[in-house]
Design a protein around this ligand. Structure first.
Ligand code: PXG
Length: 289
């Protein structure tokens, strides 16, 4: 595998960064997880916009402009001769000294990994997920806003540990005020009374690219309303349908939460239709590699 590292392609075994890199020492950096389907990169512009917004929010200068970054992503996929891929794009503050001061890091580190996608088990999509609500809260937005896709994932990892210990693949995280925010690496939707609801970005969530694509699909293909509003675990327990969205997960049904069956306890009709519509979209749109 060839890795893009600071403007050059290197073999995987040579793709190394310094122990003085602040991405490692402090989690000081931002990243993106992007997917290519059938020779096209899905929503590449949206991913790059989010990356540059994350960098702006933490005052991190990316040494490439967006056009150069787009080319670097496409070149990395080409270099590895992939048509379907999972791309991890990481920008760290770069090499500095042992102190926190980002001014001691003269240049950001940029690396891009394009790998084969490891798909989730098929049963997730046909049977649906049995989830828990984690006791670990999502980051409070005035500390580190979850809209920033930063290298600080520790609170999500703690929630993931809770989920795995309970036998769940994912956990629902509440925000510090007790409202549902999102899962550890996925956004969440519920459907009730013919209306879809998903938490607003002000709830303290990552504004998922898949989330936004699914909102568009519900409006355009289903001609149904999507409300971005706050809700609690009660509203999930009493929903007709529930599903998660994410680049790796795409659209996945949720059939049980904290021991309560959601709706019929089987993947919802609308959720199954959305899975299909989302697959059609990913197979037919995107930036050609
Ligand atoms: N919320 C969080 C906290 C995320 O990290 C999403 C939502 C979904 O966003 P997109 O843009 O992908 O629709 C994410 C993204 C993994 C993995 O291996 C997933 C993400 C990040 C890193 C790894 O499942 N999720």
């Amino acid at each position: 595998m060839k890795i893009y590292l600071d403007g050059k392609f290197v073999e995987q075994k040579d793709a190394k960064i310094s122990v003085f890199d602040h991405g490692l020492l402090y989690g000081d950096g931002v990243f993106e997880g992007i997917r290519a389907y059938n020779g096209r990169v899905f929503r590449l512009k949206e991913h790059l916009d989010r990356l540059y917004n994350s960098a702006r929010a933490i005052m991190l200068d990316i040494p490439l402009n967006k056009d150069e970054m787009e080319k670097a992503v496409l070149d990395t996929i080409r270099e590895n001769k992939l048509k379907d891929a999972y791309v991890r794009l990481v920008i760290t503050r770069g090499v500095g000294d042992l102190g926190l001061d980002p001014d001691k890091c003269p240049k950001a580190t940029v690396f891009i990994i394009a790998d084969k996608i490891s798909l989730y088990p098929k049963e997730y999509y046909t049977k649906g997920l049995d989830l828990i609500t984690a006791s670990t809260k999502r980051n409070i937005p005035d500390a580190l806003n979850p809209c920033v896709k930063s290298l600080n994932y520790l609170n999500n990892i703690l929630a993931k540990i809770e989920a795995k210990r309970a036998g769940s693949p994912e956990a629902i995280m509440l925000n510090p005020w007790g409202f549902v925010s999102e899962c550890t690496g996925d956004n969440i939707f519920i459907m009730n009374n013919d209306m879809f609801i998903t938490p607003p970005t002000s709830a303290g969530i990552l504004e998922g690219i898949t989330r936004n694509a699914v909102i568009e699909l519900i409006r355009s293909k289903f001609k149904m309303n999507v409300k971005e509003s706050l809700f609690t675990a009660y509203h999930i327990y009493t929903a007709k349908e529930c599903f998660l969205t994410g680049t790796a997960a795409e659209v996945i049904p949720v059939v049980k939460v904290d021991g309560r069956a959601i709706g019929s306890g089987k993947p919802g009709k609308n959720t199954l239709k959305l899975i299909e519509e989302f697959r059609k979209l990913t197979q037919s749109t995107g930036t050609p590699i």
